[in-house]
Design a protein around this ligand. Structure first.
Ligand code: AHR
Length: 336
């Protein structure tokens, strides 16, 4: 009995000494290693933990199709639960989609707003539900605290670049008609603004008229037909807000018996494959790139946002300008 008591006393003394000198018995060390520290206790989320809702505009252009494919392919590669809704170019459908995502308590909402205005109430609802919003491709006119970041192009700069190219092409003298994208959309507003900023310094660069073709080929053709009826062969230049409308315009110009790219020079935006084919055929004079392949950057931002990392308020895409000279060489490398 005495031997047993001595053993217990020794054990208590040893444990006490180990604790007071900071040493740990293998058992306590093992238990401690299973206790997360204050910081590691908040486990970072991974792509597989996420549910992401996305309210896409529609499928109005070659650009948009490539944009949707990039988002869906990236979500699949990263194994993310991606809830995608196509709003068919209607703001009310995008608002309904957002309301659905809020009810489903998704982790993050991505949206390419079809127009710039009218988003504040629904964005506010998402904020109150604690769901961050990431603007993709198109900007919305809302207070800064209603979205975390905007990933997309500098539309004003695209407009400026279009004008710089047009000035060179026309030696500073032109009768231009403008094919405008969706009215009140960020790219239409930005491109129109940037184009005018440059052209205003050239008194003989005359913007005769503008008409919306809603970013689609069919509406672009219709708009160009109307403009040709109105102004006939006074028109010698077209600034088109996207490639799909340019392709429609090319058809309208040909049907009017004129040569697109020669009698009427055309500067376009997007740099989609269709524009490269038109440049190779000599029917389009330049295209200013607007990059739709935003899937990888979008999901990278999503992960940062859910894990509380700070992200810039605007993540601009990197873009170039393309001309007919090297269109044939570049076309095979184009992904959209
Ligand atoms: O928001 C980007 C624009 O939308 C692209 O220029 C156009 O083609 C698309 O539909």
């Amino acid at each position: 009995m005495m031997r047993f008591l001595r053993l217990i006393v020794c054990f208590i003394v040893l444990v006490f000494l180990a604790a007071s000198t900071g040493c740990k018995s293998p058992l306590t060390a093992e238990l401690d290693s299973e206790q997360p520290s204050a910081t590691s206790r908040i486990k970072n989320k991974t792509y597989q933990d996420l549910i992401v809702g996305y309210a896409q505009i529609g499928a109005e252009s070659e650009w948009r199709t490539a944009n949707t494919a990039s988002l869906k392919e990236t979500a699949e590669e990263l194994d993310i639960e991606f809830r995608f809704l196509d709003a068919q170019q209607k703001q009310e459908n995008q608002i309904m989609a957002l309301r659905k995502f809020i009810a489903q308590k998704v982790d993050v909402i991505g949206i390419s707003p079809v127009v710039e205005t009218g988003w504040e109430p629904i964005f506010q609802e998402a904020k109150e539900a604690g769901i961050p919003i990431i603007l993709v491709d198109r900007w919305a006119n809302v207070p800064d605290n209603l979205y975390v970041t905007y990933l997309g192009s500098d539309f004003v700069e695209e407009g400026r670049n279009s004008a710089r190219v047009m000035v060179k092409l026309m030696n500073g003298k032109a009768n231009i008609v403008e094919l405008v994208g969706t009215i009140d959309s960020a790219p239409a507003n930005g491109r129109a603004k940037g184009f005018r900023e440059i052209v205003q310094d050239y008194p003989e660069m005359n913007i005769m008229d503008s008409e919306s073709g809603d970013f689609t080929r069919a509406r672009g053709k219709e708009a160009m037909e109307n403009l040709l009826k109105k102004h006939g062969n006074k028109i010698n230049a077209v600034f088109s807000h996207n490639d799909d409308m340019s392709l429609g315009a090319i058809q309208a110009i040909e049907e009017a018996g004129l040569r697109p790219g020669v009698d009427i020079k055309i500067v376009s935006v997007d740099a989609a494959r269709g524009a490269f084919q038109a440049m190779i055929a000599g029917k389009l004079n330049a295209t200013i790139e607007c990059n739709p392949l935003l899937g990888p950057q979008f999901f990278d931002l999503v992960l940062k946002v859910v894990n509380g990392e700070s992200v810039p308020k605007w993540v601009p895409s990197i873009e170039s300008i393309y001309y007919p000279d090297d269109a044939a060489e570049i076309l095979p490398t184009r992904k959209y």
